[in-house]
Write a protein that binds this ligand. Structure first.
Ligand SMILES: NC(=O)c1ccc[n+]([C@@H]2O[C@H](COP(=O)([O-])OP(=O)(O)OC[C@H]3O[C@@H](n4cnc5c(N)ncnc54)[C@H](O)[C@@H]3O)[C@@H](O)[C@H]2O)c1
Ligand SMILES: O=P(O)(O)OC[C@H](O)CO
Length: 322
């Protein structure tokens, strides 16, 4: 029998901490995994104490997932390489804007046969167009990558409110192992092979969620909001997510997104506006911006100073309606 797999969670924000609760419990109860789970924490001081010290002493991430105890076998580690170098499984769960620098630090310092799984919702925009975050990680670290995405608001998952999620993994045996690590009675996992589809849906829904927040902030109805909604994660994010909440406040108060992110999210990061910017560049370079009026409008409002009150015009003028 092979030795127990060591797991490291790269990230400890709202989702990273909710995932630590699940993974810590599963690793402790399954002999396929080493019971100690490292969690890399981007160190900061909270109430005069280091966040790693708080997590390792009080077993709670008081800043990003207050009110939830983490299993004691989850160990907060402030140094990225110390956390990741001996891992057999790396779970990437940081805001997408930080992934490049994090991978650059890890390059050449991890086991070559490590399995990676990205829980990050976002895209990268490179010279050749759109790049998935899992591709960025795969290219930089030369490891096998899977993804996990779903309608999964972190606080609800941590509260053990039932939900479903999808692992996109091309290799069946690896998919089965990752499912054992992630699934609980309240968090049901389906494994599919179409990893890219899983990932792109998870990333793009964040832009739509910003649009849904604009609708709410402008006082439009549920029909209006549904005009931009599709399947599960879209529905969840357009009702309960942070992108929606901050975009609503943006439309109501006239404050900037940066200001509202600071005021309302206590260090958590919005992914929707940055994804809108990355996707905008990609669509523009391909000359297909006019086919994506919703994405275009979210971008214009977030970055070009277009008035949020014009948001609905983009839906009214959708090319499908001409
Ligand atoms: N929160 C959710 O409900 C949820 C659910 C599913 C997926 N996701 C996705 O998971 C990913 C991570 O989100 P989250 O909610 O865990 O994070 P978050 O929004 O809570 O982000 C804050 C985290 O970023 C860290 N950070 C700040 N500056 C940093 C830097 N320079 N380098 C590295 N890290 C830094 C902070 O320490 C903190 O851990 C995102 O792509 C998000 O879309 C989030
Ligand atoms: O709070 P949001 O908008 O970042 O969305 C969180 C999750 O991605 C919902 O599945």
């Amino acid at each position: 029998m092979s030795s127990p797999k060591r797991v490291c969670i790269v990230g400890s924000g709202n989702w990273g901490s909710a995932i630590a609760k699940i993974v810590g419990t599963n690793a402790r109860n399954n002999s396929k995994f080493d019971s100690t789970v490292n969690m890399w924490v981007f160190e900061e001081t909270v109430n005069g104490r280091k966040l790693t010290e708080i997590i390792n002493t009080d077993h709670e991430n008081v800043k990003y997932l207050p009110g939830h105890k983490l299993p004691e076998n989850v160990v907060a580690v402030p140094d990225l390489l110390d956390a990741a170098k001996s891992a057999d499984i790396l779970l990437f769960v940081i805001p997408h804007q930080f992934i490049g620098r994090v991978c650059d630090t890890m390059k050449g310092q991890i086991k070559p046969d490590t399995l990676g799984m990205s829980l990050i919702k976002g895209v990268d925009e490179g010279p050749d167009g759109l790049k998935l975050i899992s591709e960025v990680i795969r290219e930089k670290l030369c490891i096998k990558m899977s993804v996990l995405m779903g309608a999964n608001i972190a606080n609800e998952v941590a509260d053990e409110k039932f939900c479903e999620t999808t692992i996109g993994c091309r290799d069946q045996a690896q998919g089965a192992l990752l499912k054992e690590l992630m699934q609980t009675h309240h968090f049901r996992v389906t494994v599919v092979q179409e990893a890219d589809v899983v990932e792109i849906c998870g990333a793009l829904k964040n832009i739509v969620a910003v649009g849904a927040g604009f609708c709410d902030g402008l006082g439009f109805g549920d029909n209006t909001k549904a005009a931009s909604c599709g399947v599960a994660d879209l529905i969840t994010t357009c009702y309960g997510g942070r992108n929606r909440k901050v975009a609503e406040a943006f439309a109501k108060t006239g404050k900037s997104l940066e200001e509202l992110e600071k005021e309302m999210l206590n260090g958590q990061k919005l992914q929707g506006p940055a994804t809108a910017a990355e996707v905008h560049t990609i669509l523009k370079n391909k000359g297909v911006l006019d086919r994506f009026p919703l994405f275009n409008a979210v971008y214009g409002i977030c970055y070009e100073g277009r008035p949020v009150t014009e948001f609905i015009h983009c839906l009214q003028n959708h090319p499908e309606h001409q």
